[in-house]
Design a protein around this ligand. Structure first.
Ligand code: NAD
Length: 370
């Protein structure tokens, strides 16, 4: 699985070791001074990208002026696989966000686009389109409460994708993901350009939370080395961490399973409540979306063995869209994994979440046909 953020953390130690001692550096001319690798690209993604390959992809962030969009744009600017970064929003400040991000000293060229009239110019020639546009939750709201506003936003933006860059990989972040991904699929079907391999709902933050919380509970020093598949969807009990498949192998008491599952399912609500009405998860989400986008770009570059969890069209269960691990390649999703062997707790949790997930999917599909 892509591990750009984790790799960044591991590199911090190495970078510290390379920082020049001020006493000795004062005696050196700039030419003689060791060129410590302190570039953002090196810090975040490794000297030539995690997989070692540079490539020239064009990436758009739609909703780039928002809490997720701004931070995500800065992360994407640091990705050496990106040659062009297009930032779009209905809020005019996105031009300022583009100006700001463009000063980061990496090679990606950055431009800002505002409103419907500029959507096409933003999307032309894009390889990857990331959509965090829409309203976030406030305390007391469910993700489904956002449907009324975000369904229309996702429809409009996906219509733009269908008309302008129908072959692009699309990463949907806007909630409720359980419904917005089916909405996007219906838009693409309507325009005759639906390719299930290229439409992915971003559930990677659930995986990040699972790694973090399990590492803390089990005393693992480095959460990046923990793997916990998270399956189902991206809302409440439809988020199902498969603790029984955790690696490194470890055992959990029934109380631990219940507490960890509950915390992973409610991680988003934990942040919404902690922010007290000022937004939902933006910084961790931006990190998750950047890591997931990097996995998609690595797949597009032809790297092999890039697995990540994502909410995609699936035959893993009776729900037509479902999150499991997927193999990413040159055409997007090359393979959708099954659920693997489940514990009896996980079997019960899966059975009881499916009606809600199926209803959310139906709601998304019906939105396009109402
Ligand atoms: P935000 O309000 O800070 O930003 C949203 C941005 O979208 C704003 O800049 C707004 O101007 C823009 N926008 C609105 N309508 C638009 C349109 N038609 N076209 C382009 N841009 C438009 O919200 P945020 O905190 O960044 O969250 C964005 C979305 O991501 C929310 O729906 C939130 O629920 C979701 N989210 C998803 C996950 C996940 O795991 N998938 C996690 C956290 C948040």
């Amino acid at each position: 699985m892509s591990n750009a953020v984790g790799a960044a953390a591991r590199r911090v130690g190495a970078l510290r070791a390379q920082v020049v001692d001020p006493a000795s550096s004062s005696r050196q001319t700039p030419q003689e001074a060791p060129s410590a690798r302190v570039g953002l690209v090196d810090w975040f993604f490794g000297a030539s990208g995690i997989g070692g390959k540079r490539a020239s992809f064009t990436v758009a962030v739609l909703g780039a002026a928002g809490g997720i969009g701004q931070t995500l744009s800065a992360f994407i600017k640091a990705n050496p696989k990106v040659a062009e970064l297009r930032l779009y929003d209905v809020a005019p400040v996105v031009r300022g966000v583009a100006a700001d991000v463009s000063h980061v000293n990496t090679r990606a060229k950055v431009s800002g686009y505002v409103g419907d009239d500029e959507l096409e110019a933003c999307l032309r020639g894009c390889d990857l389109v990331i959509i965090p546009a829409g309203v976030p939750r406030k305390p007391g709201m469910s993700r489904d409460d956002l449907f009324g506003v975000n369904a229309g936003i996702v429809r409009t933006l996906c219509e733009g994708v269908a008309k302008t860059c129908p072959n692009a990989i699309v990463n949907i972040i806007s909630n409720p993901v359980n419904s917005t991904v089916p909405i996007a699929a219906e838009v693409f079907k309507k325009h005759g350009c639906y390719d299930a391999r290229k439409l992915l709902g971003v559930t990677h933050l659930d995986v990040m939370r699972a790694k973090t919380f399990v590492a803390a509970a089990k005393g693992f020093d480095d959460p990046t080395l923990v793997d916990v598949p998270v399956i189902g969807g991206h809302a409440g009990t439809t988020i199902l961490p498969l603790l029984s498949q955790t690696t490194p192998r470890c055992s959990f008491t029934p109380e631990e399973v219940s507490a960890l599952t509950n915390r992973i399912q409610n991680g988003g609500t934990e942040v919404v409540e902690a922010k007290g009405g000022a937004g939902s998860a933006t910084l961790s989400m931006a990190a998750a979306a950047a890591e997931f986008a990097d996995a998609c770009l690595r797949g597009l570059s032809g790297e092999s063995g890039i697995w990540a969890c994502a909410y995609v069209e699936s035959k893993a269960t009776r729900a037509p869209f479902f999150a499991t691990k997927v193999l990413l390649g040159r055409n997007g999703v090359e393979r959708v994994a099954g659920t693997g062997t489940l514990s009896s707790y996980e079997k019960r949790a899966l059975e009881s979440m499916l009606p809600e997930l199926e209803a959310s999917i139906k709601k998304g599909i019906n939105f396009l046909h109402s």
